[in-house]
Design a protein around this ligand. Structure first.
Ligand code: T4K
Length: 382
């Protein structure tokens, strides 16, 4: 169906611009393994994100999973269940044990007030998520981590370009992972990056994404998660158009705000003081008691009109039924100590409540004002 409206739509740079960007690859024949485009994108991203250190990856998921391995995180990792499955799967696949902390009811990010009670002598790290691009309470989380000598790794998959008081999302904690997937505000088709503070991480991250090969041609055990030159070229083009992309999303965001705020039983996102947002998602929380209709019913009505919002992020990652038999999962080197009782959504009631009520409605640069009005009108039955 040509006129379907999906939750997002990949931004594309002008076709000729991408062709020009990749033309030199036909001359050099150097199309992967940290070539010129890769180097240029690293430098451009360091400047854009305000970070000294960055390592590019083939995708965001592997960036996160391999980051945990590279830092030799072992044991319990305190995290949020209100996220895309990737965050929790990275923890499990890295052989760690996720311990779920409930979320703040306003930001939807890990609630620092509930964090300290979960810290034990087995805790190795804290892995919060800047979900929807909403920055976590980084000050409180980083302070608790420092007090207990724990590392903080932010899943910043949604937070590319977001800043708090002029400070980029990639500069909080010990490290932050960005996703550059096609569905993101900035993308490299598939891709991801880790930004970090301690320069000694650079070698570890480089080796783990490149078969463990060191400069002197000695080896350690590593995988392959390199970003190729076509991905990096897409990133270089998209970065040139990013401000325009964010500005167009802002117009959609603001129009939804005008049309949907103040409606009893609907909660729409707001930009907090001091934040430079990226308008990555537009989550609407439906309170069926007051709004008179639940999230699933609104989604079904939109679907009937060819509009496809998504229930990001439902279900919470601690509530997948198969996790009750987690020990029987084939092929995953799970932590010995992993206890299926950890996967209990009743321990994170705020996350559970938001997850069952939230709908992320379409937002992307090319979404017309007419369609924004149509979507809002359907939601409000106007
Ligand atoms: N941590 C968090 C918190 C994350 O949200 C994610 C990924 C990760 C880690 C891992 O990062 P990556 O390894 O992906 O870099 C999508 C994305 O695939 C995924 O990147 C994203 N988060 C997640 C929230 O959403 P799906 O299964 O919902 O995608 P899909 O294929 O249904 O696409 C959604 C919509 O996007 C489509 O309806 C239309 C549009 N679209 C999609 C594709 C693939 C396009 O316009 N162009 C495209 O090429 O997971």
């Amino acid at each position: 169906m040509a006129d379907r409206i999906l939750v997002t739509r990949s931004s594309m740079p002008p076709f000729e611009e991408y062709m020009e960007e990749i033309r030199p690859l036909w001359e050099s024949h150097w199309i992967t393994n940290m070539g010129e485009k890769h180097a240029a994108l690293e430098e451009a991203l360091k400047a854009y994100l305000g970070t000294e250190e960055i390592c590019l990856f083939s995708n965001g998921h592997l960036a996160l999973e391999l980051l945990l391995e590279a830092l030799e995180i072992r044991g319990e990792v305190i995290t949020t269940p209100f996220t895309f499955a990737s965050t929790t799967w990275a923890i499990l696949r890295a052989g760690c044990t996720p311990v779920f902390c409930d979320i703040d009811p306003v930001r939807f990010t890990l609630d620092p007030a509930k964090l300290e009670a979960l810290i034990t002598e087995r805790t190795a790290a804290i892995l919060p998520v800047h979900v929807y691009g909403n920055l976590c309470d980084t000050e409180a989380i980083d302070a608790i981590a420092e007090k207990h000598g724990l590392r903080v790794i932010y899943d910043a998959a949604h937070a590319f370009g977001v800043e708090k008081d002029g400070r980029g999302a990639g500069t909080f904690g010990d490290a932050a992972m960005f996703s550059f997937h096609a569905t993101k505000v900035f993308h490299t088709i598939e891709g991801g990056a880790v930004c970090f503070r301690d320069p000694s991480y650079a070698d570890r991250l480089f080796r783990i994404k490149n078969f463990g090969i060191q400069e002197n041609e000695t080896y350690s055990v590593g995988g392959n998660a390199k970003m190729n030159e076509f991905q990096a070229a897409m990133g270089l083009c998209n970065l040139r158009h990013l401000e325009e992309e964010i500005d167009k999303r802002k117009q959609v965001f603001e129009l939804y705000g005008e049309l949907l705020s103040g409606v009893p039983g609907l909660r729409v996102p707001r930009v907090p003081e001091g934040i430079r947002p990226n308008y990555a998602y537009y989550p609407v929380v439906f309170d069926p008691e007051t709004f008179g209709e639940d999230r699933d019913s609104v989604a079904a009505r939109l679907n009937a009109e060819g509009i496809f919002p998504r229930k990001y992020f439902w279900p919470c990652t601690n509530s997948f039924a198969f996790l009750k038999n987690i020990k029987e999962q084939p092929g995953v080197p799970l932590a010995e100590s992993l206890d299926p009782a950890l996967f209990d959504p009743s321990k994170t009631p705020v996350a559970e409540r938001i997850s069952s009520r939230v709908l992320t409605i379409p937002i992307y640069a090319g979404l017309s004002a007419e369609n924004v009005r149509r979507i809002a009108g359907i939601i409000l039955r106007k």
